[in-house]
Unconditional design. Structure first.
Length: 389
């Protein structure tokens, strides 16, 4: 059964075409694109404008032809006779990928009692599974005036806590290349994740070996495997590339669940050690656990229960205390190297999408640690005690 993709759009913008030469290497049947866009045999120019109906149809043509997807496009896909709202919400749950298209000329008319059209309700449902949801917005369209409830939905889409699930484009070619790049990335992640997670769940010799080892020896084995995996995924010399920035990281392993004191002690004081250390340039932490980790345990580990922000993902948790710049990634249930590789790969992709925010927090942490490392003189300027005669 082929994967299913949903095209969900709330725009009627005509778009400038852009430079079609950029599509030669990635777009399905790019040579016949002018004919499909009904340009009447004219040589396409970047400033040529095409209708959004043609844009949407071209996206469907590409996704069906290159990837073999089933594409649900409400405007031209037969339904089972249900109401538009029922059909589209059901399709939102059913689809493997939901591609949202947002423009400046949305053209919707909303009643006072419900400013969310069926399409926006689809997006609200799609936000429940943000990993499969991508929004492509015409540049500047998010800044347009909107009803209050719609503003809340757009804020959820653009909010850091929800993850960066949107990208902006300026012309049709920019939209096409962004969609193809994101779909290609999604397919690769899905294949790798399925293959590795399936293998990781199967008991193997390494899993059995780790289970039989004493705690300290198990931690050494886990650390060796984690360092090897991290280096293979791009973390070299304790530096992980996120976008254009090199983020320092420290690797730690727990031989069992966080709830077991004998296990937790292996990473219990990593933030205290960081403050007391003379090396103040390593604010990032990455903890891999042989057993389970919970949000409550993470909040206690960071030492600021109320201020800590914890984000859950299929691979584990990301946690931060924004005021101090502390941040840490937790990978639970890493029972062998395959499981760790799968979780760490997905975690690095998640961090990469938020590279700027991660880097800003790391800079704040470094500044705070440097201030803490400065010597502080006593207010009196002299030590107390008897003077010598």
């Amino acid at each position: 059964m082929p994967a299913r993709v949903m095209l969900s759009s709330v725009t009627k913008d005509d778009l400038p075409l852009g430079d079609v030469r950029q599509l030669n290497d990635c777009w399905y049947q790019s040579a016949s694109l002018p004919e499909r866009l009904r340009l009447n045999g004219k040589l396409p120019k970047p400033e040529t404008r095409i209708s959004f109906t043609d844009t949407r149809s071209e996206l469907q043509h590409h996704l069906e032809g290159k990837y073999g997807f089933e594409v649900f496009n409400f405007q031209n896909t037969p339904t089972d006779g249900g109401t538009p709202e029922t059909e589209t919400l059901r399709e939102t749950h059913r689809s493997h990928i939901v591609i949202g298209l947002f423009g400046a000329q949305s053209g919707w008319k909303v009643p006072d009692q419900d400013p969310l059209t069926p399409t926006f309700r689809e997006w609200r449902v799609a936000l429940e599974s943000p990993l499969k949801f991508k929004i492509f917005a015409l540049k500047g369209s998010f800044s347009a005036s909107m009803p209050p409830l719609l503003n809340v939905l757009i804020q959820d889409i653009t909010d850091f806590k929800k993850g960066q699930i949107y990208q902006e484009f300026e012309d049709a070619v920019g939209l096409f290349t962004s969609v193809d790049r994101n779909v290609w990335d999604y397919v690769n992640k899905a294949v790798v994740s399925y293959a590795q997670d399936y293998a990781a769940r199967q008991p193997n010799f390494e899993t059995e070996k780790w289970l039989l080892l004493p705690y300290r020896t198990r931690v050494q084995e886990m650390m060796t495997a984690l360092e090897r995996t991290a280096e293979w995924l791009g973390a070299k010399n304790s530096l992980l590339m996120l976008g254009s920035a090199a983020q320092p990281v420290q690797l730690h392993c727990l031989p069992d669940s966080f709830s077991i004191p004998e296990s937790k002690k292996f990473a219990a004081y990593i933030f205290d050690d960081e403050i007391n250390s003379s090396d103040t340039d390593e604010p990032g932490k990455l903890v891999a656990s042989f057993g389970a980790v919970t949000e409550l345990q993470i909040r206690r580990h960071l030492g600021n229960f109320e201020a800590a922000e914890v984000y859950s993902a299929p691979w584990g948790f990301y946690a931060t205390v924004a005021a101090s710049g502390m941040q840490c990634v937790y990978l639970p249930r890493c029972i062998n190297s395959l499981g760790r590789q799968s979780k760490l790969s997905l975690a690095i992709s998640w961090l990469g999408e938020r590279a700027q925010d991660i880097t800003n927090l790391a800079k704040r942490r470094s500044q705070i640690l440097r201030l803490n490392a400065l010597p502080v003189a006593s207010p009196g300027g002299r030590k107390s005690g008897r003077s010598k005669k």
